[in-house]
Structure formats: structure tokens, C-alpha cells
Design a protein around this ligand. Structure first.
Ligand code: HEM
Length: 222
């Protein structure tokens, strides 16, 4: 009974986590538009962003995304608390370090940093653009919300850029271990297959970390 409950919680964590990983691929690809020359970047980024906001299908997927973030955080918390309850004493000799990676032992801390990043990110971008909170967003020549200008202004603040670039590190470590163990939870047990998935997770994490870390820097020096 306990095992079923734990498996269900881990399953929810894996499914929501893999969905969030998929979202990040699309999100990074779209944000790469910011790397283009200024005028091209502005018109493409703004019209892409407007298309997303107006599409009923994407609106539905966005709600699924918010739900996934909430469930992912909630179930990560439930699993951590029940692990602590079952294992309240920290052993003096901790054997886990011999057969697990640094990121797997620090998923709670890494996840918390990613969550802090997401909250700050949503306040600065999403709440302004989608909810109209805070400083008003202007419109470009085509009549689209000037989302490019929002990113451009924020990424010309040195501390903001530093924060984004530094946060790409815990994000990459969290994604590396999360993706690897997500595949395992969903039933990929085959040894050779797992080795391949571990490599894929590593590459995925490296691309996401470098991509999200470098975009603010490139915009800063534009
Ligand atoms: C270079 C870095 C990034 C840039 C420039 C960026 C830009 C944006 C923008 C402009 C939006 C609002 C989209 C709109 O409503 O039109 C947004 C939303 C969002 N971003 Fe990012 N983002 C970046 C990195 C990240 C990272 C690393 C994560 C997650 C770890 C993330 C998670 C989200 C989420 C969950 C939303 C809400 C999605 C929605 O409602 O459609 N972003 N981002």
C-alpha cells in the first residue's frame, strides 16, 4: 500500500517533469530568436508571442503547463517529507554518496533554486505580458505587444543578467538528474537503454543550461 502510494507520487513527478522538459525545448527554441539581429528579432519574437497568446490550443496547453508546475512542486514536497519521516536520522557514514551523483543527492535544493527562478521569471515576464501587471507593455509597429522590448530592457540590467546566467547552472543539474530518473520511473529499466538515456539527459541538460544561460548575456552585449 505504502509502495503504491510512493510509486503514484513518483509517477506524477516523472510525467509532469517530462512535460516540463518538453516545454523547455520549445521555450528555448523560441527564445533563440532573441539572438537574431535587432529588427528581425523584434518582429519575429513579437509575432511568435502574439500567435501563442491568441491560439486556443496553446491556451489549453498553457493551463496544462501551470498545472504541471504546481503538481511537480507539490509531489516533490510530499515525497521529500515522507522520505524524511521514514528516515529521520542522518547516518554518520553516508553510503549513498558512493553510488549516486551529486545532483541526485541535492535535487531538493536544486529544485528550490529552480522554483525561485521560475517565480521571479514569471513576475517579470509572464505577469507583465499576460496579466498586464506592473509596468505597461508597449506595442510594436505591427500592433503586437512588444515582448522583445520587455526582454531587451530586463537583459540590459547587469544583476538581472547575472541572476539568469547563474541560475542556468542549478537548472542544468536539476534537469540532468530529473530527466534520467523520470525515464526510470516510467519503466525504462533496460541497462543499455538506460545508458543511452543517461547520455541523452546529459546532452539535454547541457544544451538547456548553455542556451538559457547565454541568451541574456548575448542580449546584454547587443
Ligand atoms: C533566456 C531566458 C528566458 C527568456 C527570454 C524567457 C522569456 C519568456 C517570456 C517572454 C514569457 C512570456 C510569454 C508570453 O506570454 O508571451 C515566458 C513565460 C514563461 N517562461 Fe520563460 N524565458 C526564459 C527562460 C525560462 C526558463 C529557464 C524557464 C523554466 C525553468 C521558463 C519558464 C517559463 C514559464 C513556465 C512561462 C509561462 C508560459 C506561458 O504562460 O505560456 N522560462 N518566458
Amino acid at each position: 500500500m505504502m509502495l503504491n502510494k510512493l510509486f503514484f507520487r513518483k509517477w506524477i513527478l516523472a510525467v509532469t517533469g517530462l512535460f516540463l522538459c518538453l516545454f523547455l525545448v520549445v521555450h528555448l527554441s523560441a527564445n533563440c530568436l532573441l539572438l537574431l539581429p535587432q529588427n528581425t528579432a523584434k518582429s519575429l519574437y513579437n509575432s511568435y508571442s502574439a500567435t501563442l497568446r491568441e491560439s486556443p490550443l496553446i491556451k489549453g496547453i498553457a493551463y496544462l503547463l501551470y498545472l504541471s508546475i504546481l503538481l511537480h512542486v507539490l509531489y516533490a514536497l510530499l515525497i521529500t517529507l515522507s522520505n524524511r519521516k521514514a528516515n529521520p536520522v542522518k547516518y554518520v557514514v553516508n553510503k549513498t554518496s558512493q553510488n549516486s551523483t551529486w545532483s541526485s543527492q541535492n535535487m531538493g535544493m536544486l529544485g528550490t533554486l529552480v522554483l525561485i527562478f521560475i517565480v521571479i521569471h514569471l513576475v517579470n515576464f509572464w505577469a507583465r505580458i499576460k496579466l498586464g501587471l506592473g509596468e505597461e507593455v508597449t506595442y510594436d509597429k505591427s500592433g503586437n505587444k512588444d515582448v522583445y522590448q520587455v526582454a531587451y530592457t530586463l537583459f540590459h540590467n547587469f544583476y538581472f543578467v547575472l541572476f539568469y546566467t547563474l541560475m542556468a547552472v542549478p537548472l542544468a543539474f536539476h534537469l540532468y538528474h530529473g530527466l534520467k530518473s523520470g525515464f526510470k520511473t516510467l519503466g525504462f529499466y533496460h541497462h543499455r537503454g538506460l545508458q543511452l538515456l543517461a547520455k541523452l539527459s546529459l546532452w539535454y541538460a547541457v544544451v538547456m543550461g548553455i542556451g538559457f544561460g547565454i541568451i541574456p548575456l548575448v542580449v546584454y552585449f547587443k
